[in-house]
Design a protein around this ligand. Structure first.
Ligand SMILES: O=C(CO)COP(=O)(O)O
Length: 126
């Protein structure tokens, strides 16, 4: 069987409920992906979908965004879904910007809100 593609999942605190609901609603599709996630986000996804293949990295403010950025740079992440909170200042805002920048540099599909994530996951279903 061909290697599964890798999906990165991240959500800021105010968006974690939304990402957990998104993961549950799309569990069957997500089961076809190898998933990497920042620490807390990955834990929330596994709480609702314990059967998914989720590798948890560091929490975002402690370097998790940078770890995912590095995986994008090495070609190990194929798609990024990042539910961003645009209303709360973040201590690691520079890391968030750096991650988005690398997703653009390496031209990987990137959804920054649920509406786009729903389209992306549907588009990439097969
Ligand atoms: O802060 C984050 C993304 O910038 C997410 O990190 P956690 O999933 O560890 O909360």
């Amino acid at each position: 069987m061909a290697d599964r593609k890798c999906l990165a999942l991240i959500a800021h605190d105010q968006k974690k409920d939304d990402l957990a609901a998104f993961a549950k609603a799309n569990e069957a599709v997500l089961a076809g992906w190898k998933i990497v996630a920042t620490g807390t986000t990955g834990g929330r996804v596994l709480d609702v979908c314990p059967g998914l293949d989720v590798a948890r990295l560091k929490s975002g403010p402690l370097g998790g965004d940078q770890q995912i950025g590095a995986l994008i740079a090495t070609g190990d992440v194929d798609c990024l879904i990042f539910f961003v909170d645009p209303l709360t200042p973040m201590p690691h805002d520079v890391d968030v910007k750096a991650l988005m920048r690398l997703a653009i540099v390496y031209d990987i599909p990137m959804a920054l809100n649920r509406a786009t994530a729903e389209q992306l996951i549907d588009f990439r279903r097969n």
